[in-house]
Design a protein around this ligand. Structure first.
Ligand code: PLI
Length: 459
């Protein structure tokens, strides 16, 4: 019996379903043209399997829906706020909580408080909204992730790690007083959902403490990161996800959270800090940008669903099935020789568009092109994470990131294994006809976060 593998399976059963529309190739062609070859501009109705993002797209549990009915919609002092505050303290360990409408609301407030003009913000790879808020506050982002993260083939298990030599060089060059904090993300999104190790975090804590620099944690996908620590880091096999999540947070000074991912809600986020002074300023500022400090742009029911979702997100059974499904899809794609970022990350499969379409130059948007082709094949919606997402530098020049990827992001508790089969087969079909695919040119470019609204034309 020893050789029979033990499969993961969902720790839930289905109580309600949402019917999907199936489309024809002609319908998809028309929809894609109208969307300017940007999957963000497709109507959701025209999508069969939606892997655009795992953000706000998860299925809530019956308990969360029950919590929605317990919303206390008082303008001030809602009981759901106090519940959320207690859960954040208990599960993550941060002392003070400011709810926000979503992650970028927290990033805005935090950046405005901590960053002065001319400051340097080192981080383990940029995220679009995070870097933009740092720049809008007058700071400059510097990437200090380890080199392995920029290589889709490198199988190092903790490609989210920070290169402490790069950080030390920045401190030497600019002085610690120019570095208000290190922006550290768990499950580094743009690298392919790659985790950071506890060992690296502990070393980061020692170095930053020595120089009086804070560590601010983008904890959007912290539970998924904890799963990889449990599976791959020495000494963590017998620890629970809950214990690992708390240990990660204990090595940082505060966090911004988009609860739309890990925490299994459709809307919501927060800023959480241990420092009273930062909290006090944030409490002043949240009133200007989000709403009173006991609701931060959310309804009471949203805060209740978030409080319950946070508890569910750190269950070992939940996270094993969640990441298990992502790994299932990735292994299936690899079996079809579709080039993907390795190791497989926590929230989706990232297809290497440079390898998939080597004949298309980065100036002609290979990942944007591939995302459009994937949709045309079977109605699966994915997202570009390459030169379009990277945007332009302050001097107007394009960033040309090493990674040119298409993200197949898996919403939590939404799709089945059969959906994963359909997705992998569709990617394999497009891969078979890859030599016939041509690049694109951009015909409309918005000023900020251009990937959301840019339009393209086929060459
Ligand atoms: O979309 P928001 O404003 O709730 O959160 C912004 C945000 C911050 N950090 C990280 C790591 C994110 O992944 C993130 C949002 N991500 C989106 C929308 C995504 O599709 O990945």
């Amino acid at each position: 019996m020893k050789n029979i593998k033990q499969s993961w399976a969902e720790p839930y059963k289905i109580k309600m379903v949402e019917l999907l529309k199936m489309t024809t190739p002609a319908q998809r062609k028309k929809a894609m043209q109208e969307a300017g070859y940007n999957t963000f501009l497709l109507k959701s109705e025209d999508v069969y399997i939606d892997l655009l993002t795992d953000s706000g797209t998860s299925a809530m549990s019956d308990r969360q829906w029950a919590g929605m009915m317990m919303g206390d919609e008082a303008y001030a002092g809602s009981r759901n706020f106090y519940h959320l505050e207690a859960v954040v303290k208990e599960v993550y360990g941060y002392k003070y909580l400011i709810p926000t409408h979503q992650g970028r609301g927290a990033e805005n407030i935090l950046s405005k408080i901590l960053i002065k003009k001319g400051d340097i913000i080192p981080g383990n790879m940029y995220f679009t909204t995070t870097r933009l808020h740092q720049e809008l506050a007058g700071g400059k982002f510097e990437d200090i992730i380890i080199d392995e993260a920029h290589d889709p083939e490198n199988e190092f298990p903790f490609k989210g790690n920070i290169d402490l030599n790069k950080l030390e060089k920045l401190i030497k060059k600019h002085g610690a007083n120019k570095i208000p904090y290190v922006s550290m993300a768990t499950s580094v999104n743009m690298a392919g959902g790659q985790p950071i190790s506890i060992k690296n975090l502990k070393e980061l804590r020692v170095l930053t403490k020595k120089h009086g620099i804070k560590v601010i944690h983008d904890m959007t996908r912290v539970a998924e990161n904890a799963y990889f620590i449990q599976q791959k880091e020495k000494g963590y096999q017998n620890k629970t996800i809950k214990a690992i999540v708390k240990e990660i947070c204990s090595l940082t000074d505060g966090a911004t959270m988009s609860a739309k991912k890990d925490a299994l809600v459709n809307i919501g986020g927060f800023l959480a800090v241990n420092d009273w002074d930062v909290f006090e300023e944030a409490r002043n500022m949240v009133v200007v940008y989000e709403g009173l400090h006991t609701y931060g742009g959310l309804a009471g029911r949203d805060m209740e669903a978030m409080a319950i979702g946070i508890g569910e997100s750190v269950s070992d059974d939940h996270i094993k099935a969640r990441v298990g499904q992502v790994i299932y899809l990735g292994e299936k794609m690899m079996a079809y020789n579709v080039p993907i970022v390795k190791p497989i990350g926590g929230h989706g499969i990232f297809v290497d568009a440079k390898k998939f379409l080597p004949h298309i130059k980065q100036e002609q948007f290979p990942a944007q092109t591939l995302a459009a082709e994937i949709y045309l094949d079977a109605g699966v919606r994915t997202m570009e994470r390459g030169v379009v997402s990277a945007g332009r530098k302050a001097n107007g020049k394009n960033y040309f990131p090493k990674l040119e990827l298409v993200r197949f992001t898996i919403p939590r508790r939404v799709y089945t294994q059969a959906h994963m089969d359909v997705i992998a087969e569709s990617a394999a079909r497009v891969y078979e006809r890859r030599n016939t695919i041509k690049g694109m040119k951009m015909i409309y470019e918005p000023k900020y976060l251009r990937f959301f609204q840019a339009k393209f034309e086929k060459l």
